[in-house]
Ligand binder design. Sequence first.
Ligand code: 9WO
Length: 247
Amino acid sequence: MEFSVITIFPEMFQLFSGYGISSRAVQNEQVKVSTINPRQFANNRYQSIDDRPFGGGPGMVMMYEPLEKSILAAKNALTKSAKVVYLSPQGEPLTQKKVNAFAKQDALILLCGRYEGIDERLIETHVDEEVSIGDYVLSGGELPAMVLMDSIIRLLPGVLNDSDSAIEDSFYDGLLDCPHYTRPAVLPDGQKVPEVLLSGDHKKIQQWRHQQKLKRTFERRRDLIECLCLSEEDKQMIAQWVQTNKK
Ligand code: 9WO
């Protein structure tokens, strides 16, 4: 998987070859990260890539031409068919489903805005997908681009050493994850691990974990339950919880 990131802060992406799973993936050449700074395509002697907004108002807008040249340079370096993703609060919400689809691509161009945003005409003509990682405003698209990259990289074949941990995670079945515990079984203040996990009964453990996932999702994210196809057993359990909540 190749990422070409268009950013006026390319140094931020050095982080990616420095730490954890992503740096291993870069070292093993499963992932390539390159950056393009639109400043190199600025056409005036002040190297400016932003200008005042038509219609007035505060702040600056990133200009069309340096960004277009950056995208063309990225497509030349990767492949003409690489998708261009613009990270912005106006984008479609990022979901695990979207991440899974991105992970099937060979190359992605991530466009990071700054200031008040970019010239809308660039979005219309050159952006394939506009993606939001949440309903808040940051100072630029770089951190969201890194969030997107991290979510994709961990899914690539051979990146996680334990091939199961990616699909066993939160969201692979559309549910939140269950609680986890490790040694010691009893803490100095007496806090214990749920008995069933020490029982060695794998069938029971699996059942318990599934129930915990369902319960947590019901309690914390009822919106997620609505999108699921549940077994009759699960539906009954939820119906019971709804009943107890009413009392
Ligand atoms: C700045 C601003 C200032 C005053 C009033 C409204 C305003 N909106 C913005 C703004 O949206 N700036 C963005 C900064 C322009 C595009 C890059 N920036 C950005 C991306 N901030 N937050 C994101 C982002 C991207 C993906 N998911 C969540 C947030």
